[in-house]
Each structure stands twice: as structure tokens, then as C-alpha cells.
Design a protein around this ligand. Structure first.
Ligand SMILES: [Zn+2]
Ligand SMILES: [Zn+2]
Length: 410
């Protein structure tokens, strides 16, 4: 079989993998990196069928282009279809407003309806004699791994998390010969989840007890729900602002993709929602905690709350995930300053960072890879792949760390 990573091999972003086996051509993911300007994978060829692992833009961002250009179909789970479409619509809007219009329009996103083929975990698809089976990747609801069954079995993981979170159960290993796996956290380990959670809840309580507002920036998809589930029973007055609210409503209608649908419904009932921007001012006066987008402070309602509270030393910004280079969140962590309305502004309120990552860390990746017992491991979607590659070589695996576009014969 022939494998080529068209994007997202050596970077965490714009993932796309082309596979050719026995004359059948498949594409796994076709994302873009929503930087300014955005980064795209190499142009994929027409294939027999495409697969989308999950809704995040770094995996889905170029799917509308793919369908509009080639008219091809894309296999995905219901949450990836529904939430992916919402994120893509938003991405068209945001990229146009930032002066970097997407290479497709709203109409192309709407037309995806005709191209998505819905499948679920455990489904086995026959593509011209090649069998593809879907497995849960544990990353966000509906995130899938794809197992291609042929003379040698290949597993494409997309983004994975092997730990159980409140929102979804962790990914289970799949026996394979070739493993194409993300390596975002190569060389890095998360602190134990329960410790992170306790530190976050303790800090939130401290901020609320001293009369401050805890601003919790979170991606709308996955992280917002995890933070809601983490905070729901803490006894604070919690408000939710941004796209997370509509994501919640959709997730609540797809209970089989959630670890505990009842728990999400309970959190949704306890947490208030800001439905109109005009309500923000009054909510700031009464809320203890506000969970809001964007997760890396590059836009969204979070900037309103930070403007309001940046000089209040009783309040705090509690970041809940990794802050990528060149984002406002990274600048805040590194310099204590943030860009607000085009001006670099100092932030006096407290700043905290809590690693609620939805990616397996180095040790978890090692364990997962060993349990899949492949001969060949292709590492992708990582900026620091060598550390994991070296540890795996010592264990006797054949390791590939291809560059973008490089052909691998497996
Ligand atoms: Zn993801
Ligand atoms: Zn990703």
C-alpha cells in the first residue's frame, strides 16, 4: 500500500492522508490550519471515497473544497457531520472577516449534506473490495479512527485520547500491522487528570470567594462541555457564552456518542446561557464563572469579559488548554499582555493554566501503540515527533516520520 501525508505530518494542523491499496484510493481528513493567513495541505487528488475523523477544522477545513471540486462523498459520524458543518460555516465567516477568504463559500458548506455518508462505530464499509471499520477515538464525541482491512491492516487514528473524560470514553487499541497515529504530545506528559481538576476547582472557588469573576476560555466543541461537566456541581453561578450552547443542544440529541448523556443534561440545566450580546454587561455583575470562546483568546466573547475584568485583581482568566504559538493566549501566558481592539494591553487580573487536553500524552501514546502491536508506525500531526520515534525504535517498531507529500510504501 502507498501512503502520503498531504498535510499535518510535521505540524499540528491541516491534516490529510492519502492511501492507495489494490487500486482503491482513499483520503483521510482534509483540514486547514486557521492561522492568519490559513495554512492548507497539498492539493489532494480525486479519490474513491474520503473519511472525516472529527469536526475540528484542522481535520475538516478543506472538506467543502474537496466535495465542491471532485463531487466526492465523505464518510463521517453524525456528530462530525452536524458539528463539523457548524464549525465550517463559522470558519467561512471568520476567515472572510479577517481578510483570508476560504477557497469555498457558504453554499459549498451547505451542499455537504449531499456528500456526507453517515456511519457509526462498529460499522464496516465495503469500498470496491476494501473493508473499512470505524472505531471511537475518544477525542471528542463522534471522533473516529478508521481501520482499513487488507493483506495488511492499517489504522488511521485522527486525534485520539485514551483516557476517559467526563464527555467521552477513551479510545481502545485496535490490532493492526500499520498504525498511522497523531503525535501532538510526543515528548510531553499531562499532569494526572484528577490533580489538574482539583487545582482548577480550588482556584475557581478561591476566585469566587474573594468576589472575583473566573473567566474560563474554552473551544466550543469538546472543551466547553468538559468544563461544564467539571464545574456543574461546584455550587457556583455559571454562565455560558458563545457557540458552545448550540453544540450542547446537538450533543444532547446524540446520546450514544456521550459517556453519560444524563450528566450533560444535568450540567445544561444548571448552567445559564447568554443568548444575546446585550445581556453580557448585566451577567458580568452576577456571574461567578463564565465559560466562553475562543479557547486561545483570538476572538469571540471572551475578549469582552477580559476587557471588563483585566484590571480587577480579584478576577482570573483560567486557560483550559494548550495555547499555540502566535495566538493571543500564548502572548498572554508569555508576556502578561493581550491584544484587545488592536492594542497590546497589560492584564492585571490573575492568570492560570490547566491542561485539560483531549490528546493522549507521550506515555499514553506509547502504551496505546504497544497494545495495537503494529509492525510499522507512521507518526504524524506532531511538531516534536523524534522523541516518540526514538522511544518506539528502542521497542523494535519500524518508525516513519514522513515529510508532507513524501510517499511511503508499506
Ligand atoms: Zn481534534
Ligand atoms: Zn487535530
Amino acid at each position: 500500500m502507498e501512503l502520503r501525508l498531504l498535510g499535518g505530518a510535521s505540524v499540528v494542523g491541516s491534516l490529510s492522508a492519502y492511501l492507495e491499496e489494490k487500486g482503491v484510493r482513499l483520503l483521510f481528513d482534509c483540514g486547514l490550519t486557521p492561522s492568519k493567513p490559513p495554512k492548507y495541505p497539498m492539493k489532494p487528488p480525486a479519490v474513491d471515497l474520503a473519511f472525516l475523523s472529527h469536526a475540528h477544522i484542522d481535520h475538516s477545513g478543506m472538506i467543502p473544497w474537496l466535495c465542491a471540486t471532485y463531487g466526492m462523498d465523505v464518510v463521517a459520524t453524525q456528530p462530525s457531520i452536524t458539528i463539523g458543518t457548524i464549525l465550517l460555516e463559522d470558519s467561512v465567516k471568520v476567515s472572510a472577516s479577517e481578510g483570508f477568504p476560504a477557497p469555498y463559500d457558504k453554499g459549498d458548506v451547505r451542499s455537504l449534506k449531499k456528500h456526507f455518508q453517515r456511519a457509526t462505530f462498529g460499522d464496516s464499509l465495503d469500498i470496491a473490495g476494501l473493508e473499512v471499520v470505524l472505531h471511537s477515538a475518544g477525542h471528542i464525541p463522534g471522533a473516529a479512527m478508521f481501520e482499513v482491512k487488507s493483506d495488511r491492516n492499517l489504522l488511521f487514528t485522527g486525534d485520539i485520547n485514551t483516557l476517559d473524560t467526563y464527555l467521552v470514553n477513551g479510545a481502545k487499541p485496535v490490532d493492526c500491522d500499520v498504525l498511522v497515529i497523531e503525535s501532538t504530545y510526543s515528548g510531553r506528559d499531562h499532569p494526572p487528570r484528577m490533580e489538574t481538576e482539583k487545582a482548577f476547582l480550588d482556584k475557581t472557588k478561591e476566585v469566587v470567594d474573594r468576589g472575583g469573576l473566573a473567566i474560563v476560555p474554552a473551544f466550543a466543541v469538546g472543551r466547553t462541555q468538559e468544563m461544564m461537566l467539571t464545574l456543574a456541581d461546584a455550587g457556583h453561578e455559571i454562565w455560558l457564552d458563545g457557540m458552545g450552547w448550540s453544540v450542547n443542544r446537538h450533543y444532547a440529541k446524540m446520546p450514544k456518542y456521550l459517556r453519560d448523556p444524563e450528566m450533560l443534561r444535568n450540567a445544561m440545566n444548571k448552567i445559564h446561557t447568554i443568548k444575546h450580546p446585550g445581556d453580557r454587561k448585566s451577567v458580568v455583575g452576577k456571574a461567578d464563572v463564565i465559560i466562553t470562546t475562543s479557547g486561545m483568546l483570538d476572538g469571540g466573547p471572551v475578549l469582552n469579559y477580559i476587557s471588563e475584568k483585566k484590571d480587577d485583581r480579584n478576577s482570573a482568566i483560567l486557560l483550559t488548554g494548550y495555547q499555540v504559538e502566535n495566538t493571543n493566549g500564548r502572548m498572554l501566558l508569555d508576556t502578561g499582555h493581550i491584544k484587545l481592539n488592536g492594542n497590546i494591553t497589560p492584564v492585571q487580573c490573575e492568570l492560570g493554566f490547566y491542561d485539560f487536553s483531549a490528546h493522549a500524552d507521550h506515555l499514553e501514546l506509547m502504551r496505546f501503540i504497544k497494545e495495537c502491536s503494529p509492525e510499522d508506525v507512521v507518526l504524524c500531526h506532531g511538531e516534536n515527533r523524534d522523541v516518540l520515534a526514538n522511544d518506539l525504535k528502542e521497542e523494535g517498531f519500524n518508525i516513519y516520520t514522513p515529510t508532507e507529500g513524501e510517499r511511503i510504501d508499506l
